[in-house]
Design a protein around this ligand. Sequence first.
Ligand code: CAA
Length: 440
Amino acid sequence: MTAVGIDAIEIWTGKLKLDLAETFAPEKGEDPEKYTKGLGLHASSFPDAHEDIVTMGANAAKRLMERKGLEPEDIGRIDVATESAFDNSKPVSTYIAGCLEQVYDGDFHHANKGERKFACIAGTQSLDDAYNWIKAGRNRGRAALVVATDTALYARGDPGEATQGAGAVAMLIDEDPNLVELSTEQGYGSADETDFLKPNQQFPSVDGKRSMQVYLARMREALEDFESVSGDTHPDDFAYIPFHTPFPGMVRKAGLLGYRHMIRDTPVEEELAEEIGFQPREENFEDRESYEEAIRDHMDDLSSTEAYRDWYAATVEPTLSISREVGNWYTGSVHIARASALKTAAEEGIDLTGQKLLVGSYGSGAQAEIHAETVADEWEDEIEALNIDDQNDARYDLDFEEYEKVHDRHNHDKTIEMEDFTVPDGEFVFTGRGRMNERL
Ligand code: CAA
């Protein structure tokens, strides 16, 4: 059977940076460590006034196509995943294809285009759609382009403001992939939830604390569903576990949940029992509340064991390096987590070929998906081609007044003139006239 998966990726960050410790915390009267240690974030990538989901997605896709030597005729499908769409009818992929057609001789008239929406999990859903399209044999030898692009902005004063971010991840899905092969092993946890909504509004309405509980509940369900297909998982089965990362502090909780689940009834649990006891069993408690309290205590104990700390440092921590510097990218977030892990492995000279990743995607509203991937032969070359560190270093460091101004501009404050912002050359930009991002 032909392997299908991610052949290559490109990451495009918003051009501005909001430093959380230096710039944000003093204005909010908060201890900087609330952000750097509590949430685990150093900075947010912020979109400049000439950037939006189309320009960032098109710039990522153009770089990907150039690097891989692709022409429009090589792409049979373009899907965009976003929760920042501005058009309820025309998919963002048509805008992105329109941008790309400005720089290629050919066009994408033959390509199927669409837009996927289910909050942050939509990037992974688009990946699944592309995989299924190729596996069904409908691709006629062509590859799929999946673009996850978002401006993850919150109202000023909302607790989510500290977790903002903006950027795009373009992924080429193809047969015999260079980066990772997707597997058929997949599990879901899905329920109708209202903790994070954007009904016809620019910024989301969020019940932040509840959203964290929903994330963990759906992720646990997805892991159980995954195991119904794959059989029991063990923490050492996977080289890395990239999770959806709204902020690294959330992943700290997801990692602990995953580890507790995976060691249950295994020799690892038996070994740890001498130190912290066995996991509480629900049947031994009179009510759910006392069981949950016992689980919380157990997890606190588990999180301080050497076994857990070593596992987390090796398997989850490396997935967070890019996210710490850029914040939440919604649909792109789990895909930069995968890239962070592979990038760390490349930098540390770890040979990953043939090793497994367990990818935990999540979208509010709410759904989690867990699936397995196998790292492909050419992964290192693909990862070394990324220039995300250079892009991050080149971002303009906003002061707080500048941040407020550009934030207002993204909230459609027309009193702030576009002329006040510098327009970069050589890339797609939003000019404000229609949506012709044509300045190259
Ligand atoms: N030093 C070290 N740590 C500190 C600290 C200090 N001085 N002050 C606080 N902290 C810690 C807190 O203990 C807490 O950590 P724990 O949760 O591990 O206890 C952490 O810093 C955050 O502090 P608060 O809980 O007080 O922060 P908050 O209430 O202001 O905001 C939030 C947190 C509610 C998650 C908020 O950022 C938010 O609403 N974010 C948007 C929603 C979100 O991202 N939800 C995640 C799940 S939903 C999802 O994943 C989809 C998505 O992409 C949005």
